[in-house]
Design a protein around this ligand. Structure first.
Ligand SMILES: [Zn+2]
Length: 135
């Protein structure tokens, strides 16, 4: 049987937003990793993203963070990922989009200078998601 792929319809995400402390942690970690990339996986509680888990391994190069995420086993308790870019570009790269398909459904990219306006959230297809910051 053939299943037609639904196009143009955004699925509804069972996530209300991200806790502002969690976002701050991501931005701070991105800042302190600069110019290297920072990467973590996201966990949610009560439909709020409230926990990040750092990806084990050492930072050995600017391109390494995303590849270390690729090497993690798929964990279905994870709702998504967060990583930083050493540039002002918070759009997902081709490698990012491959990664997004492996983990959860919400992916945060923090770009330089890692402030409240230099990050964005994406779905697995690379569509921007409006992610609410919960105070
Ligand atoms: Zn990236």
């Amino acid at each position: 049987m053939l299943f037609k792929k639904k196009e143009g319809k955004r699925p509804e995400y069972p996530i209300k937003g991200i806790r502002h402390e969690t976002l701050d942690t991501i931005l701070e970690a991105s800042k302190s990793s600069y110019p290297k990339e920072f990467a973590a996986v996201l966990r949610a509680e009560n439909k709020e993203i409230s926990e990040i888990l750092l990806v084990p391994g050492t930072l050995s190069g600017e391109q390494s963070a995303i590849f270390r995420l690729h090497m993690l086993p798929v964990d279905f308790t994870v709702v998504g990922t967060a990583h930083s870019h050493p540039t002002r570009n918070y759009y997902p790269s081709g490698a990012d989009l491959n990664l997004f398909g492996r983990f959860g459904f919400i992916h945060i990219i923090a770009a330089y200078p890692y402030d409240q306006n230099s990050w964005a959230a994406w779905d697995i297809q690379g569509n921007e998601i409006e992610l609410k910051v919960i105070e």
